[in-house]
Design a protein around this ligand. Structure first.
Ligand code: DC
Length: 220
């Protein structure tokens, strides 16, 4: 395997990025980094500290002192804030509803992009999922995927994951988060230069993984 294989997988919420990225990493014996979990962990930590998330200066002041660590084993991805395991609480509705505010603050992105690049630099081969991996975090990644799915399919998948009985409300919440993530001024969600679009709407998880494994194999 080439020394520094980076597979960048970007796309909107609910496109199946996490299951797909873990599956690809597992199939190819690569490390795995969930950058969304890092933004979520920062949001969780700020909420815990009672920081006003509508005050970017307060966010930055607190963020500088928060230490995040994430494990890169695809069969056991871990995320800690100052040593506390936060894998579960970062999936709460409160964090999900607030994370876009935190992710829109440029200095927070700088801090977290540095952290992500450290993890990537320390790995000999890694699948990295997020919104700006191909555009900003790892623009030289030899493989870039932009994973999409029809909004209704994404909402149905997310509602099934969270146990929500209301797929329409989930679709609305996803659309709102996409809107914020796509229109922020720093590193918005975009299909980056050279990214291959994979549409998972009518594919099973295994088929999406297979398609991406094929793209990675062809690139190395
Ligand atoms: O993938 P996710 O839903 O866990 O991501 C949570 C939030 O983090 C999402 O609203 C956008 C933000 N995010 C980001 O801005 N940049 C990334 N590379 C990954 C996630």
């Amino acid at each position: 395997m080439s020394k520094s294989l980076v597979v960048a997988i970007d796309g909107p919420s609910g496109s199946g990025k996490s299951s797909t990225s873990r599956g690809v990493a597992d199939r190819l014996s690569l490390d795995y980094l969930d950058t969304g979990a890092i933004y979520r962990a920062m949001t969780w930590a700020l909420l815990e500290r009672g920081v006003d998330l509508h005050d970017p200066a307060a966010i930055v002041a607190a963020a500088e002192g928060i230490r995040l660590t994430s494990g890169t084993d695809p069969s056991n991805p871990t995320i800690h804030v100052d040593g506390t395991d936060v894998a579960e609480p970062i999936r709460s509705d409160e964090v999900t509803g607030s994370v876009s505010l935190v992710a829109a603050v440029p200095r927070v992105r700088e801090l977290l992009v540095d952290l992500q690049r450290e993890a990537i630099g320390g790995s000999s081969g890694i699948v990295v999922e997020g919104r700006d991996i191909g555009s900003t975090v790892a623009p030289d990644a030899p493989v870039k995927i932009y994973l999409v799915a029809d909004p209704a399919a994404r909402a149905a998948r997310r509602a099934a994951e969270t146990g929500s009985p209301d797929a329409a409300a989930t679709e609305l919440a996803l659309a709102r988060r996409d809107e914020i993530d796509s229109t922020r001024s720093t590193s918005p969600l975009v299909r980056s230069e050279g990214a291959v679009v994979v549409d998972g709407t009518f594919l099973t998880l295994e088929e999406v993984i297979e398609a991406i494994v094929g793209i990675v194999d062809a690139a190395r």
